[in-house]
Design a protein around this ligand. Structure first.
Ligand SMILES: NC(=O)c1ccc[n+]([C@@H]2O[C@H](COP(=O)([O-])OP(=O)(O)OC[C@H]3O[C@@H](n4cnc5c(N)ncnc54)[C@H](O)[C@@H]3O)[C@@H](O)[C@H]2O)c1
Ligand SMILES: [Zn+2]
Length: 388
């Protein structure tokens, strides 16, 4: 028998909840990480935001497992709640869905003091967050991320938006949430491939700025993948702490925030080449991209020999691809250096014709540079594209 009212965290769970503060002046907010946060959302949202109504936005996959407990918790805390269930998948991050969602949220009678609650992965967080940014010129919103990627990356930092035929995330706004509830137990229902893609971003934090964390990941990766709640919460907390610190220094990505793009210049090009399809998911492309960034750092004499091999071996053990040749394909269906360079040149991180790269002096020592000779880059990538 559970004597606890439905909207409350159990005392056991409460003890395990970790808090990361995102310090952005008046727009500061807490990320709570731990078990039981979906079942305990009601009281947390009621106490911290006191909305009258919550408009929950989720997708069909997540709804199956997590919508009912969230609705029950919010209702038990005396909050009115209505839900919108959208199709799962990247295609949902589009103008047509934004329009439909906005109209549904307005039809619920949501007012400015009410809250939009994004329950799902990065697709739902980005779309619902953008709807919250534009509805009534800005509504409060709560992120309840359910994928590992969303828990360590997309729910933190306030970037929201949708895709257009011209490219990904080209329409959007910076709009910080008021609260993030990262329930590590929600990951139990996440498909394994999605867990691995999110893990690429976790490893990224160690690789870009925290060698101790990377060593911890090397030791604890098996526990994280086996579902150990405290190892998962620790990995999420350290990741969020690093992203929060970087975002607090550079909210709108004019400097330091670019470090978070480690592996992404190469990764985006590979992802685009594969047509943003199931063939290569974002985190998989980033895993290859991070390996390339470390290999290039080593080749340019910036990082000690052996660094890139250590990075690749960790990512490979996590079940991630690490080489251009790992992109699944048939026969000669591989990206060429020309294709990749053309795609990289379209990346929004190009300014004045020079590409911005995140390279590293070692594990945990990434830096931003525009000084990569185009000819050296081309020669390096050409070799990687030809590898069997
Ligand atoms: N805003 C940012 O700063 C930022 C940062 C990184 C990525 N993103 C965006 O995030 C998106 C990718 O996020 P994602 O990887 O979470 O994708 P996603 O939202 O599509 O989720 C991946 C899949 O897992 C399912 N899922 C999620 N949680 C689940 C759970 N607990 N149980 C069962 N199924 C679950 C989803 O339905 C989906 O099918 C991209 O659109 C990307 O542009 C945004
Ligand atoms: Zn990423």
């Amino acid at each position: 028998m559970n004597a606890q009212p439905a909207e409350q965290l159990t005392p056991d769970d409460e003890q395990q909840v970790r808090t990361v503060r995102v310090a952005l002046g008046q727009r500061s907010y807490d990320i709570l990480i731990g078990p039981g946060l979906i079942a305990g959302a009601g009281r947390l949202v009621a106490e911290r935001l006191a909305p009258r109504t919550c408009g929950i936005v989720t997708d069909a996959n997540v709804a199956k497992h997590h919508l009912q407990p969230l609705e029950a918790s919010l209702s038990a805390a005396g909050l009115e709640c209505r839900s919108v269930v959208l199709p799962a998948g990247e295609a949902t991050k589009c103008f047509a869905e934004l329009q439909g969602l906005s109209e549904q949220l307005l039809a619920m009678g949501l007012e400015r003091r009410d809250a939009v609650v994004a329950l799902g992965g990065g697709v739902i967080g980005d779309l619902a967050g953008f709807a919250a940014a534009i509805l009534r010129r800005g509504m409060r919103f709560v992120q309840v991320p359910t994928s590992l990627l969303a828990q360590v990356d997309s729910s933190v930092g306030g970037k929201t938006g949708i895709n257009t035929p011209q490219g990904k995330n080209l329409v959007g706004a910076f709009h910080q949430p008021s609260l993030v509830l990262a329930d590590a137990e929600a990951l139990a229902t996440l498909p394994p491939r999605e867990l691995r893609t999110g893990y690429a971003e976790v490893a990224k934090y160690g690789l870009l700025g925290d060698a101790t964390f990377f060593a911890w990941l090397e030791a604890n990766r098996p526990a994280i993948f086996a579902g150990d709640g405290s190892a998962r919460a620790e990995a999420i907390e350290v990741s969020c702490r690093m992203k929060a610190a970087i975002v607090a220094r550079d909210e709108t990505e004019t400097g330091d925030r670019m470090l978070l793009n480690l592996g992404h210049t190469f990764g985006h090009a590979l992802e685009a080449w594969a047509g943003y399809s199931d063939r290569l998911l974002h985190g998989e492309a980033v895993a290859i991209g991070m390996c390339l960034a470390f290999e290039m750092s080593e080749e340019l004499g910036l990082a000690p020999g052996g660094t890139a091999a250590r990075v690749a071996s960790h990512l490979r053990e996590a079940g991630l691809p690490t080489r251009v040749a790992d992109v699944p394909g048939r026969g000669q269906d591989r990206p060429t250096v020309e294709e990749l360079l053309a795609l990289m040149a379209q990346d929004k991180k190009v300014s004045a014709g020079r590409m911005t790269f995140i390279l590293a002096h070692g594990i945990g020592e990434a830096f931003i540079t525009r000084d990569v000779e185009p000819a050296r880059l081309a020669a390096f990538l050409d070799r990687r594209c030809r590898e069997a």
